[in-house]
Write a protein that binds this ligand. Structure first.
Ligand code: NAI
Length: 462
């Protein structure tokens, strides 16, 4: 007799969600976590703490730049960095405790320690071996560095170190203009740090709609971030207090060096699967180190499943959550499902950037006839009232059927606005369906409707 129906290794958004769903479906469930708190990278050293710092520094930005315009006069607040970090830690603690509560409530056992799989149907945690009918690997990812760059998490940091720097640096070089680089770069730029982002490609946020990339870079530049584009970082030389970042420009092969107090390496993440014993079990892996799975998240070894950052696809907490639920449902004999065509992506800068479905470049390449409805937040009364009219909503629909293919938003609350289109896409809606839906006034959401109207007979407020 197996002790458990399913053991999930890892308690990040993929793992703990899989555990809760499995327990809800009546399976005897355990979740293995070696960290002292639950929640994985996202809750402990990723999404949640970074959002706390983004929130705090956005408030500072508002006080410094917009309060006086609204008749709120007085000295701008000064930064108590220690307190800001304490606030961030408090936010993390409430969230990780929340997950602990949820696991208890659902009668999921937390097996404390690092797990490995000595053989199918067995999970070893510490000295104990637990028997289980199924295993779900949800071990997530870790930052991947560059050759010639040694991370010490003090002067040369990943997102982990960037969340707890002992003091606010004067100069920071960010390697990589992806989500982490831009979110953390924004935090420090708002705190007065001189931030220079060095990016290998010619556009920021790789894979996003080109129009959004352009506008986003323009806005961030206005906010004080400097960009060196088309530049490959060659190496970082660090002392105990400073660092030098050398890079080569692709266009002419010229080399240059930047000085920094702190260097943030944000050049992507890689699956974290070491120590599990997967090679010995013969679990197939891709060349990029991802665990290979079938359409039901099962690996080539029966009874071993994998989800989240450890497998293929975007490294996003909500993608892992969806897979966690679906894999648990599959294990319980149900039909778990994830619609990979409708997974939103959000960058939590100010303004936020949010995207779902295909970019205009992707639609063009597919050869499909399409139309674009665009609406600027300049025509949105609410956005103007809160000094956030810099962005736009871009909706892409099939030219003949009017079916929505993608949506790209840069503007206030974009990360929330995008979900209207996610739901619409799940229902196979047309742009006209969104255009015909009454939207409350005055809301940012009206800009989404206006973009939908622009796909038809035209937006009203432009
Ligand atoms: P990323 O893959 O988004 O961006 C890395 C950037 O570094 C790319 O633009 C790449 O061209 C550049 N780069 C690589 N090597 C370089 C070199 N030698 N010199 C200069 N530039 C170089 O990776 P990032 O930002 O580290 O994020 C990792 C993962 O975490 C991503 O999958 C991201 O989606 C996820 N994440 C998501 C968040 C969100 O949803 N808000 C927040 C934070 C992370």
């Amino acid at each position: 007799m197996a002790n458990y129906d399913v053991i999930i290794i890892g308690s990040g958004p993929g793992g703990y969600v899989a555990a809760i769903r499995a327990a809800q479906l009546g399976l005897k469930t355990a979740c293995v976590e070696g960290r002292e708190t639950l929640g994985g990278t996202c809750l402990n050293i990723g999404c949640i703490p970074s959002k706390a710092l983004l929130h705090a520094t956005h408030q500072l930005h508002e006080a410094e730049h917009n309060f006086a315009k609204m008749g709120l006069k007085g000295k701008s607040p000064s930064v108590d960095w220690k307190q800001m970090l304490a606030y961030k830690d408090e936010v993390v603690t409430t969230n990780t405790k929340g997950v602990e509560f949820l696991l208890k409530k659902n009668k999921v056992d937390w097996l404390k320690g690092w797990g490995s799989i000595p053989e199918p149907g067995k999970v070893k945690v510490g000295d104990e071996v637990h028997e289980t009918k199924n295993i779900i690997v949800a071990t997530g990812s870790v930052p991947s560095s560059l050759p010639g760059v040694e991370v010490d998490e003090k002067i040369v940091v990943t997102s982990t170190g960037a969340l707890e720097l002992p003091k606010i640096p004067k100069k920071m070089v960010v390697i990589g203009a992806g989500v982490i680089g831009l979110e953390m770069g924004s935090v420090y730029a708002r705190l007065g740090t001189e931030v220079t982002v060095v990016e290998y490609l010619d556009a920021i946020t790789p894979g996003m709609d080109a129009e959004v990339q352009k506008q986003f870079q323009k806005i961030l530049t206005k906010q004080g971030l400097k960009f060196i584009m088309g530049a490959a970082v060659q190496g970082v030389e660090a002392t105990k207090t400073k660092a030098k970042v050398s890079y080569k420009l692709k266009k002419d092969n010229s080399e240059a060096v930047l000085d920094a107090d702190v260097v943030l390496v944000a050049t992507g993440r890689k699956p974290y699967t070491g120590g599990l014993g997967l090679e010995a079990l013969g679990v197939e892996m891709s060349e990029r180190g991802q665990i290979k799975t079938d359409a039901h998240w099962q690996t080539n070894v029966k009874g071993i499943y994998a989800i989240g950052d450890a497998i293929a696809g975007p490294m996003l907490a909500h993608k892992a959550e969806d897979e966690g639920m679906a894999a648990a449902e599959t294990v319980a004999g149900k039909h778990g499902h994830v619609n990979y065509g409708v997974i939103p992506g959000v960058v939590y800068t100010h303004p936020e950037v949010a995207t779902v479905g295909q970019t205009e470049e992707q639609v063009k390449e597919s050869g499909r006839a399409y139309k674009v409805g665009k609406f600027s937040f300049m025509g949105n009364g609410r956005a103007k009232a809160v000094f956030a009219a810099d962005g736009f909503v871009k909706l892409i629909a099939d030219k003949e059927t009017d079916r929505i293919l993608g949506c790209h938003i840069i503007g206030p609350g974009a990360g929330d606005l995008i979900h209207e289109i996610c739901v619409a896409m799940e229902f196979g809606a047309s742009a006209e369906d969104v255009a015909m839906t009454c939207h409350a006034h005055p809301t940012f959401s009206e800009a989404v409707r206006e973009a939908a109207l622009a796909c038809g007979d035209g937006a009203i407020h432009m």
